[in-house]
Design a protein around this ligand. Structure first.
Ligand code: ZN
Length: 295
């Protein structure tokens, strides 16, 4: 049981300068983090997982770990639809371009990609476009990327991109009204770059999958740069695991536990946002522990 205390008078000038959304209680949430439902913002249900982890097993893993809802994209998209059909109240589907021979390094050059995306967006209730990779900027990709950004904007759904900072800037240049989820919070971009990008683009969100050990420094503390960025932009981060290979499914409980570990070091209000409330806002859902064990 934590004693709530008003810290308003103690808030440092640096926090105010950083424009952080101020919590009325700066005390870490601690063990109470285990009572929070989670929204896992980076799930894949790829074909090699379908036999080893049928939809019932995936939902059981979510239940066991207090994951109330997930943002799912798959290679191919049929994986996402399988999960959605099994547990429509637990899955937020997004459309990944990868299928057949179109993968992370060549999807923008794949013949018929625009038609494929349009057809699947019309057929299924996708609420995001991605996760897709842009490894490097190629001007010949721009016509397709412009169409992809237009698909997202006209449907009012976010784009979920795995890239460095430059492709995020490019997408915003093509379509300033976009909402973007930056996969792995930029993956290898340092916290300071993530901070600059969040400051520059007010509709940029990020999932923190694969950043657990950047956020957690040794000795059970938050890395100071990450702590600053997470607090300053606490309304735009979401936790995620990234089940890109079956090994990640095998480690799912461990991954969730590491996520709860760093969340436990944040004040309750901020931990709740990153755990599930930001996803509620972004996807217009209501997320609670009541969903655990249902579908
Ligand atoms: Zn991924």
């Amino acid at each position: 049981m934590y004693v709530r205390r008003s810290t308003f008078g103690l808030i440092c000038a640096a926090c105010l300068c950083a424009g952080s959304a101020l919590a009325d209680d700066d005390h870490p949430i601690g063990e109470a983090v285990h009572t929070l439902p989670l929204f896992d913002a980076h799930i894949h249900y790829k074909q090699p997982a379908w036999d080893a982890y049928p939809p019932s097993s995936v939902i059981e893993l979510m239940d066991k770990n207090g994951v109330a809802m997930s943002l799912v994209s798959s290679t191919p998209d049929e994986g996402t639809i399988k999960l959605l059909e099994y547990a429509p109240d637990r899955i937020v589907p997004e459309l990944r371009p990868y299928h057949g021979s179109a993968g992370s390094s060549n999807w923008t050059k794949s013949p018929g990609m625009e038609d494929y995306l349009l057809e699947r967006l019309d057929k299924y209730p996708h609420e995001g476009l991605g996760e897709f990779h842009i490894h490097r900027i190629d001007p010949t990709d721009e016509p397709l990327l412009r169409k992809v950004t237009e698909m997202a904007r006209s449907r009012n759904i976010p784009i979920h991109i795995h890239s460095g900072a430059a492709p995020v800037d490019l997408l915003y240049r093509l379509e300033p009204a976009l909402t973007i989820i930056w996969a792995h919070a930029g993956m290898s971009e340092p916290a300071i770059v993530v901070e600059e990008m969040m400051a520059k683009h007010p509709t940029l969100y990020a999932d923190t999958s694969f950043r657990e050990f950047d956020i957690l420094s040794s000795g059970q503390r938050l890395d100071p740069d990450w702590e600053r960025v997470l607090k300053r932009f606490s309304k735009r981060f979401m936790v995620g695991t990234d089940t890109w290979i079956n090994d990640q499914w095998a480690r799912y409980s461990e991954l969730i536990s590491i996520n709860r570990q760093w969340l436990s070091l944040l004040p309750r209000e901020i931990a709740e946002r990153i755990a599930y409330k930001n996803a509620e806002t972004l996807f217009g859902r209501s997320i609670s522990n009541q969903q655990i064990g249902t579908r």
